[in-house]
Design a protein around this ligand. Structure first.
Ligand code: FES
Length: 164
């Protein structure tokens, strides 16, 4: 048998739709693999996420205490209310509703200045929530913080800081 005859015989042994079947099979496998990878990644990301462990209208888990450095802040939402968690320089935790008492803008934690600043009318609050300057008539509302098995938990407003 010569070379061209061998090739012709080999071609006759290949089923006519084999390459299409292979292509569809490979495509389906790639699609399945992609779907599985995406699903596992989503599940893994959810389980691994240290920032927000759970939330409902009354409490929120905000990750490991050890992962939060003193002097840093972390914004969050408790239900529909924005809040700010701050780890003080002594390692303790403070959390406040981030709703400004003036006209309800959302205040921001300023790490360098160690205060809360309202961007709307420049109201300033200290790290205990008391008004330092500007138009806010009342302090920020404090939230309850606790550490449960090294996890930071912030819960509903328990008291409003009295004006000094
Ligand atoms: S709304 Fe915050 S200072 Fe006016």
């Amino acid at each position: 048998m010569t070379g061209p005859e061998k090739v012709a015989e080999a071609n006759n042994n290949i089923p006519p739709n084999k390459s299409r079947r292979d292509f569809l099979s490979i495509t389906a496998n790639i699609g399945l693999f992609g779907w599985l990878a995406t699903s596992f990644y989503s599940i893994f990301s959810f389980l691994r996420s240290p920032d927000i462990l759970y939330t409902d209208s009354e409490r929120i888990g905000l990750g490991e205490l050890d992962a939060m450095q003193p002097g840093t802040g972390k914004p969050f939402k408790l239900g529909n209310t924005p809040g700010i968690l701050v780890r003080m320089s002594d390692g303790s935790l403070k959390a406040f509703s981030a709703v400004c008492s003036h006209m309800k803008c959302v205040v921001e934690y300023k790490e360098e200045e160690k205060l809360f600043l309202c961007p709307c009318h420049k109201g300033r609050y200290d790290l205990t929530g008391k008004v330092l300057s500007g138009p806010p008539p009342k302090p920020l509302s404090e939230l309850k913080t606790e550490v449960v098995r090294n996890q930071i938990v912030v819960s509903q407003i328990t008291e409003r800081i009295k004006d000094a």
